[in-house]
Design a protein around this ligand. Structure first.
Ligand code: PMP
Length: 403
C-alpha cells in the first residue's frame, strides 16, 4: 500500500465535499479585540473576528493578563509534572476552590481542556460503576460522545432537549441500574438551551445522576457567571457541572464540579487526569482573575446579550436567515457546504470579516452555517459592515432570504 497516496485520497474526498479545513493564520492583538492581523501568502491584512469563543474578550482583559504575567514571574512557565507527581501548584488548588464556589459545589477538579474533562469524567463515571447506563442527548458534543463510548457502558440516546423522550428511555431501564443523564446547557451550534430543571425532575424520579456540560454557559449566564444552572437556580441539583476555562474565561483548561466524593472518585481513577501534566500555573492564575472579574461584574454579560439581540434584529431587517434561539450564538444558515466555504472565503478576502464555515460532521449535512459570535466589543459599525457584507454575498449567490 502507498501510504502517502492513501492520505492524499482521503484529503481529496474532504475537498470534494467542501469539508477540507484551512486555518486562517491570524494574530490576535492584545487590547484590540475583535481586530486581528491575518497573514496570507506573505501579506498581512486587518480583519474583524466574528467567530471566536473568547465570547467576552477576557483572553485580552488587563486583569487576566496582569495575573498571568505575575504568575509567570513567580512560578515559571510549566507546572513541572502531573498533579500527582510534583505538578500541583498552589494556583491549581485555589482555582479548584474558586470553581467549586462558582457552582455552589463542594469540590472541583481541573483538566487540561474541556474536551479532556468530558472524555475523562464520563468514561470514568460510567465504566467504574458496574451496570451504569448513560442516557445522552442526541446533540451532545464529540468529547462527551467519545468519553461515553470509551466507557463501554450501555448508552441510550434521547431526542434533543425532549424531556418526554428522556422519561420514556429512563422508564425502560432496570430501576436498580445506576444511571447517568448527560446533556449540555447551551448547545454550541444551534445556540438553544436545555430545559435543565425539567431534566433534573425526570432524573430525580428515576434516581439518575445528572451531568451538564456548561462549556457555552459559564461566565455568560447567571448573576455571578455560574452559567445557565445558576441562572435557573438548579446548580445544586446537578451531580456534575462540567465547564471550560477556554471560552468566556479566555484561557484554556476544563473542569468538573460536584460533591467531594464524586470529584475524588474521578481524580483517583481517570487516566486523562492522572497521566497528563498539569496546566501551567500562569493559566490557572489567569482563569482565577477572569472568574473573579465576571463574578463581580455583570457588564460584559449584559453587553454580550444586547449585542446578540441587536445583530439578530439587523439580520432580520436584511432578510439574512438565522436560527432563532435564546442564547448569545447567532447561526446564519447557508445550508450548502461548498457555498458556505466560498462565502466564508469571500467575507475574509473581500471584506476583512473572519467567520469560519461550519460543516459536517460538526453539524448535520444540509445545515451548514456561519456561526457568528458577537462580543461586548463589537461596535455598531462592525455590525453594519458584517450585515452589508452578508447582504452582498446573499445577493451574489441568490441565497434564500428569510421571510
Ligand atoms: N463541550 C462543548 C459543548 C464544546 O463546544 C467544546 C469545545 N468546542 C468542548 C466541550 C471542549 O472544550 P475545550 O475547547 O475547552 O476543550
Amino acid at each position: 500500500m502507498d501510504y502517502e497516496d492513501y492520505f492524499r485520497a482521503q484529503i481529496d474526498t474532504l475537498r470534494r465535499e467542501g469539508r477540507y479545513r484551512i486555518f486562517a493564520d491570524i494574530e490576535r492583538q492584545a487590547g484590540h479585540y475583535p481586530r486581528a492581523i491575518r497573514h496570507d501568502a506573505g501579506a498581512t491584512r486587518d480583519v474583524t473576528v466574528w467567530c471566536s469563543n473568547d465570547y467576552l474578550g477576557m483572553g485580552q482583559h488587563p486583569k487576566v493578563l496582569a495575573a498571568m504575567h505575575e504568575a509567570l514571574d513567580r512560578y515559571g512557565a510549566g507546572a513541572g509534572g502531573t498533579r500527582n507527581i510534583s505538578g500541583t501548584n498552589h494556583e491549581h488548588v485555589l482555582l479548584e476552590r474558586d470553581l467549586a464556589e462558582l457552582h455552589g459545589k463542594d469540590a472541583a477538579l481541573l483538566f487540561n481542556s474541556g474536551y479532556m474533562s468530558n472524555w475523562a469524567a464520563l468514561s470514568t463515571l460510567a465504566s467504574r460503576m458496574p451496570g451504569c447506563v448513560i442516557v445522552s442527548d442526541e446533540m451532545n458534543h464529540a468529547s462527551m460522545i467519545e468519553g461515553m463510548r470509551h466507557s463501554r457502558a450501555e448508552r441510550r440516546v434521547f431526542r434533543h432537549n425532549d424531556v418526554a423522550d428522556l422519561r420514556r428511555l429512563l422508564a425502560e431501564l432496570d430501576p436498580k441500574a445506576p444511571k447517568l443523564v448527560a446533556f449540555e446547557s447551551v448547545y454550541s451550534m444551534d445556540g438553544d438551551i436545555a430545559p435543565i430543571a425539567d431534566i433534573c425532575d425526570v432524573a430525580d424520579e428515576f434516581r439518575a445522576m445528572t451531568y451538564c456540560d456548561e462549556v457555552h454557559g459559564v461566565g455568560l449566564y447567571g448573576a455571578t457567571g455560574g452559567g445557565v444552572t445558576e441562572r435557573d437556580g438548579v446548580a445544586h441539583r446537578l451531580t456534575v457541572i462540567q465547564g471550560t476555562l477556554a471560552k468566556a474565561f479566555g484561557v484554556i483548561g476544563g473542569y468538573i464540579a460536584g460533591s467531594a466524593a464524586m470529584c475524588d472518585f474521578v481524580r483517583s481513577y481517570a487516566s486523562g487526569f492522572i497521566f497528563s501534566t498539569a496546566l501551567p500555573p500562569a493559566v490557572a492564575a489567569g482563569a482565577r482573575a477572569a472568574i473573579a472579574h465576571l463574578r463581580d461584574s455583570g457588564m460584559e454579560r449584559d453587553r454580550l446579550h444586547e449585542r446578540a439581540r441587536t445583530l439578530r434584529r439587523r439580520l432580520d431587517a436584511a432578510g439574512v436567515p438565522h436560527l432563532p434561539n435564546p442564547s448569545h450564538i447567532v447561526p446564519v444558515m447557508v445550508c450548502d457546504p461548498v457555498v458556505c466555504k466560498t462565502i466564508s472565503d469571500i467575507l475574509l478576502d473581500e471584506h476583512g470579516i473572519y467567520v469560519q464555515p461550519i460543516n459536517y460532521p460538526t453539524v448535520t449535512r444540509g445545515t451548514e452555517r456561519l456561526r457568528i459570535t458577537p462580543s461586548p466589543v463589537h461596535t455598531d459599525a462592525d455590525m453594519d459592515r458584517l450585515v452589508s457584507a452578508l447582504e452582498d454575498v446573499w445577493a451574489r449567490f441568490s441565497l434564500k432570504r428569510a421571510a
